[in-house]
Design a protein around this ligand. Structure first.
Ligand code: F0G
Length: 459
């Protein structure tokens, strides 16, 4: 008999989980104004809010922390981190930052000015925020296939080369760089193919523009290239990563995802002028160039995490767990962004809660129902997150309305995946009875989803 697939690690330290009653959860929901960001984590049974900074470090990472050199300048930990990044990506210049948005802030302070245009594939919120706060524009050139959740496409995170070329041809003088997010979080953790990375680089070269990878989940992306793209099945993850970065000039990194640490980030580049420019902003915003807001021990843990995650065993265990959960949802007929991506399931709430009108926020309603059902916390990536149109102040109902269920790295077992799937099925089975959603009672102008106060609509 062929042996089944199993995790490539065993567990050395555990943390208790607390269950709660439906009555308790009802009360906590009320106190949280039906915004799951306001819940105490003690009141959550399985937390699928994000895969960012929520993973478990390995014994080797914890051991590396003891080697941390806390010198203000010239820390040995920095040089170990730099050596690892250079070896994996080929980028010679490295600037550490406290997390991904810190890297964006430092690099974009050098590169982006008012009136600029930064084309890319579904810029992440903070990336878009750092572009728009500089009065520049983020233009989304993701392929149209990404908008149809039921369409099967192996690389739904791809940039549409025709859309990109058009933006470049029309605005060449206003474009500081092209950004490619690997994997494409907003489109559902969807990968970008090597062929597409190559094509983007060729188009950018034609207009003499540089390419930056937003690299938060670059290892997940490499795994999908290995398993889905012709010619890569026999290459190692490290070889694929190395090739990916030959099509980039620089990267911003949130190490809280594929760096396997709880906090951290960095910028890396092959260009001295990018490095010299960004350096000027690292010191006032993040700290001296050899720590950038991180402890020495954080940099050591990150160096080991990057090496560890770019080994097939580790990344395969991660992706297969997400795919295991997706297969359960297939069994129950629950619609999500297909095929499942690397870090999360994105349930298509519009297709589940068909009785809840858009104006009553179906994905947020589904998030609330799943918490009510089993204490599982997901995250709305939909109409609340989309904020209002800055000019008309109307809600933006044009995009997808999804419930994102993120899977933390090396934290939950497949038994927890079974619980998530069963809880979602219970909600799905009573979907026709759910006729009303929520209304907004208080909100901020930008990024309202973090603090919004909601109330249930009863009739
Ligand atoms: N880029 C991508 C693609 C991300 O997903 C994130 C964070 C960032 C940049 C910013 O990095 O949080 O370290 O400052 N994503 C988290 C999430 C918050 O839940 O998807 P950060």
């Amino acid at each position: 008999m062929e042996l089944p697939f199993a995790e490539s690690w065993k567990i050395k330290m555990v943390e208790p989980l607390r269950k709660s009653t439906r009555e308790e959860r009802e009360q906590w929901l009320k106190e949280a104004h039906y915004n799951l960001f306001n819940l105490k984590s003690d009141h959550v049974y399985i937390d699928c809010l994000t895969d960012s900074g929520t993973g478990a470090m390995s014994d080797r990472q914890w051991a590396a922390m003891m080697m941390g050199d806390e010198s203000y300048a010239g820390s040995a930990s920095f040089f170990r981190l730099k050596e690892t990044i250079t070896r994996l990506t080929g980028f010679e210049y490295v600037i550490p930052t406290h997390q991904g948005r810190g890297a964006e802030n430092v690099l974009f302070s050098h590169l982006v000015k008012a009136g600029d245009i930064v084309p890319g594939n579904s810029h992440f919120d903070t990336t878009k925020g750092h572009i728009e706060s500089r009065k520049a524009f983020a233009i989304d050139c993701t392929i149209d296939e990404a908008k149809d959740t039921q369409l099967e496409h192996p690389f739904k995170g791809n940039v549409d080369p025709a859309k990109l070329e058009k933006v470049l041809a029309e605005n060449a003088d206003k474009i500081p760089f092209v950004i490619v997010t690997v994997t494409n979080n907003t489109a559902g953790g969807q990968p970008v193919s090597m062929e597409n990375l190559r094509a983007v680089k060729a188009i950018a070269d034609k207009y003499n523009k540089r390419v930056v990878f937003d690299s938060a989940r670059f290892v997940e992306n490499a795994y999908f290239i290995k398993t889905r793209e012709a010619g890569y099945a026999d290459k190692t993850i490290k070889e694929i990563v190395k090739e990916m970065y030959t099509y980039a000039d620089a990267m911003t990194m949130s190490a809280k995802k594929d760096g396997l640490v709880n906090m951290g980030g960095f910028i890396a580049t092959r260009h001295e002028d990018f490095y010299e420019g960004a350096k000027r902003f690292c010191i006032p915003f993040e700290g001296f160039l050899t720590y950038g807001g991180l402890n020495g021990r954080d940099m050591d843990a990150l160096a080991v995490g990057l090496d560890e995650n770019t080994e097939l065993d580790n990344i395969e265990t991660r992706i297969k767990q997400v795919q295991y959960l997706a297969a359960k949802l297939d069994e129950y007929g629950i619609p999500y962004q297909r095929p499942v991506g690397g870090h999360a399931i994105f349930v298509d709430a519009d297709r589940v809660l068909t009785n809840v009108p858009k104006e009553e926020f179906p994905a947020q309603t589904l998030a609330i129902e799943l918490y009510r059902e089993a204490g599982i916390r997901g995250c709305e990536i939909g109409y609340i997150l989309a904020d209002r149109d800055p000019v008309t102040r109307e809600n933006r109902f044009g995009g997808l309305d999804l419930l994102r269920l993120c899977i933390a790295r090396r934290v939950y077992t497949n038994n927890h995946m079974d619980v998530i799937a069963a809880a979602l099925k219970n909600v799905y089975d009573r979907r026709d009875e759910i006729k009303h959603g929520v209304k907004i009672v208080w909100e901020t102008e930008l990024m309202r989803h973090f603090t919004v106060k909601l109330a249930p609509i009863t009739e």
